[in-house]
Ligand binder design. Sequence first.
Ligand SMILES: [Mn+2]
Length: 418
Amino acid sequence: MSGMSPLTLLHTSDWHLGHELNGHPREEEHRHFLDWLHAVIGEHGVDALVVTGDIYDVANPPVSAMARLYGFLHRLCAAYPALDIVILGGNHDSAMRIDLPGALLGTGRVHFAGAMPRTNGPRTDGAPDPEKTLIPLTNSDGAIAAWLAAVPFCRPVDLGRESLETLYAAVQDAGLARAGDLPLVVTGHLHVAGGAVSEMSERRIVVGGEEAQAPTLFDARAAYVALGHLHRAQAITGPTTIRYAGSPFPLSMAERDYRHSVALVRLAAGEPETPPSCTVELLPIPRPVVFHSLGPLPLDAAVAAIGALDLDADLPPAQWPFIEVSVAVTGPEPLLHQKVLAALADRPLRLVRLRRHFVAQGDQLETGAEPVDLDDLDPAAVFARLYADQHEGEAPPEDLAQAFARLMIDTQTTQKPR
Ligand SMILES: [Mn+2]
């Protein structure tokens, strides 16, 4: 294998095409990101692009989001005819919708893996088929220089009677056997323990009743594990190089301080006595839209702070900064919304969230009930609390908790959230 050119892979994730922030479209940010990505692929001589799930924000995305993906892939294929492209399904995606264009494109350089492939073809009762996840990746010489095991987000129905551990073990064994001295890349869209979870925009995934998988799910002999689902770009400590690429820009206010990037992964074949190697370089993604967070401040101070923000009045509305305003209140403040909206009305800003931050005064503390924002509540925690209230403080039994978790997955993957 000596003398073979290495393979340059670009790992990105969680695009959430079609996403809206409090009703404000993210079209401009997606356009900006994909134009940047197109240029980066050329500048760095990328051989393979891997997108690890949550391509779309919802299972039934707007046509504009699908047109953006297809248009982008078309432009990539035209500009870089040798580029291998792998698009994986995430928990936000409809597996069928991700797989569908594959029927039109056939077996070319663009690979769609929406659902885990089955022995009898897609969407059958057949068992998961590890061999069908394997995709060859070619370097600048046109030679196969690495293999990729394309595992998408796995729903309980994808696993059948297998556990996720069994599935990954089978896929990695098949991949390592196929790859030989060449590097093997393994993918996933799931929550692996050790990753930092943003509080708002990553819906909980529960597979087989477990909230997070151990990094030992991955084989030490895999050269690189490309993960999606967590929106913060991060490495996971484990048996090999494991990374979340993270989303291209903040998908909620909680993510505004993340350093968004894509991972440029260079993979070299092994020599006798030396395993394949992998180095990672992070390329920071420029952010076209600014995020402001004000408060908690008393109402008058919040209104004054909105007026005092230094803003560019010439920006087109699609690039106006997003803002979150938190107002400190001690009791009912009936004009709060009206006054904040009036302060925002003549400013080039887009309101994402207006929160009341209750400040207890004197004996008000004694009621003990902390007001909460509905958005901050975790459905499973509310379910557990309700169950405890009605069952003398007991936690819900495991089968009931799992049934609730499945129900959450079903509703979250079939409905557009608001
Ligand atoms: Mn996800």
